[in-house]
Every structure is written in structure tokens, then in C-alpha cells.
Design a protein around this ligand. Sequence first.
Ligand code: NAP
Length: 285
Amino acid sequence: MNRPHESKIINGVALGRRILQEIKRKVEAICQATGVTPTLATVLVGDDPASAAYVRTKDKRCREVGIESRRIDLPSNTTTDELVAEIDGIAHDRAVHAILVQHPIPTPIDKRAAFEAISLEKDVDGVSSAALGRVILGMPAFPSCTPAGIMSLLTEYKVVLDGAEAVVVGRSPILGRPMASMLINAHATVTLCHSRTRDLPSVIGRADVLIVAVGNPRFVQGDWIKPGAVVIDAGYNEGNIGDVDFDSAVQRASLITPVPGGVGPMTIATLLEHTVAAAAQQLGL
Ligand code: NAP
């Protein structure tokens, strides 16, 4: 039976699966050509349960596609110097092609120093200033996985960005900022909103394409949204709840991502896509 609004739902699970199948083929080809298995090292500091769950899912997906996943688990009382030394060691390890430093990182640690220790060619989540700068300038680098995954969804659903009014809510270095840059590079007219933005509903009401990355459950209301807008909800709050009030937003949107099943699966698929590309580059393929 057709559920109401089903044709409006952006299916991140289906696209994520297709990308994983493609990655599996590429991993096999790399192994055959070089005898080397693409390897992703994940550094997890502390015991944040959401991060631990994400890392478990990521490990499982790595196994499914043949990527070797190395875990470096550090206690929450790790110092900045210890973390930087650990990352520096992996950055110089030729057997590791990609590095993910899982966030959130416990607050006493200088996370910027940790991110800067990741070498550009292994920075598959685009967290270093070098990677973000290159993304802003449209130069080759691995962009942050969540906004990159969102761009893949927009491409898959043939959303026209050239000349479109895009509004991004949230300006974090891993999500809102690279997202805005990638949309600018795709020729959208972009407004980047944050907690000091005045009259957010009216700014959101201008959006042909709305990306929400705030971390506040059901924050964006359906009646703020322009009829026919494409709505991408990057939010992931406790209880699998997004940042957009889905039930009211789906009435107005022409396309919308659900939570779960929209942006989330694309983040991991994109991370593994970047890992394989990093391995291929480092192996001279
Ligand atoms: P973050 O670093 O906490 O940033 C949140 C942003 O939202 C900040 O820029 C903040 O503004 C802005 N904001 C907060 N309250 C606001 C308000 N009332 N009006 C307008 N803007 C407001 O969060 P993040 O790491 O970017 O993550 C955002 C969401 O995405 C979270 O739900 C997170 O779980 C989710 N996420 C999902 C994935 C995925 O794979 N699906 C990956 C990463 C993150 P200020 O800068 O002014 O403080």
C-alpha cells in the first residue's frame, strides 16, 4: 500500500547501500592490484555512548565491504599531547590510509590541535583547516562526510542548485560551514544561519533548499517552510529524532529526508568512499 507522501521521501538507505556495493568492488580491485587492503583508523576518546554506537556501525560496514578497520580507544583523561602523538603516529603509518577522529572529543582536549595532526591525504572527514580551506576554495580534498553525503543525495534526486536559494541552519566546522561552501560551489545563493540569526522562520521561508544541522529535536516547524522546498534534516537527537518536525514539514516539502534513514546512512557510506579514494591515491592507482 502506498503511504501518503511516500514519493517525497529521500531514501538515504537505498543510496547508501548502492554506494557500499560500489566500494566493495573498488576494494577488491585495489587488493588485487596491490595486495594492500584499504585501512581506516578510528580514534575514539572517552565513552560517549552515541559515538561508541556510531563506531560499531562503521566497523560493521567496513567488514561488509572489505576495508580494514583499526580502532584506537583512548581513555577520557587523555591529554591533548597524548592524543596528538597518537594521531601523529598513525599519520606516519603507511599501512593506514584514512583517519577518523570521532567527535565529540572530551572538552579539556584541544580538538583543533588533534584535527590539525591528521595529514591532509588521510583526512577523510575533512576536519583539518587545510581540508576545510580547500573545500571552500573548491580544490581537491576530502570534504566532511555528512555534508558530502548530503550533496550526493541532492545529486541523486536531481535537485537543481544552480541559482537556487539555499538556507543552511547551523555553522559548525563539520557540518554547516562546509555544507554552505559546497552549495556555493554548486552555484546556489546561500544563507548560513546560527543561534544569533534574527527571525529564523522568515529566513527559512525563502529557502528552495533547506539544510538543518542544529541538534535540537523537531526545532524547525512545517509552517516555516516554503511550499515545494527540498528539506534535508541532518539532525540526529536522542530517540532517533531529527531537527525538523517531520509530520508538519512533509506537508509543505517537495522532497524531505526522514530521520532515521535519510542523511545518517550517507555519512558512513561517504566515509568509506573517501577511505577507498585515499587508499587508491596513496597507492598510486
Ligand atoms: P553543533 O556543533 O552543536 O552546532 C550546532 C549549530 O546550530 C551551531 O552553529 C549553533 O549556532 C546552531 N544553533 C543552535 N541553536 C540554534 C537556534 N536556536 N537557531 C539557529 N541556529 C542554532 O552541532 P553539529 O555537530 O553541527 O550537529 C548538528 C546536528 O547534526 C546534531 O543533531 C548532530 O547529532 C547531527 N549530526 C548528524 C550527523 C549524521 O551523520 N547524520 C553527523 C554529524 C552531526 P551557534 O554557532 O551560534 O552556536
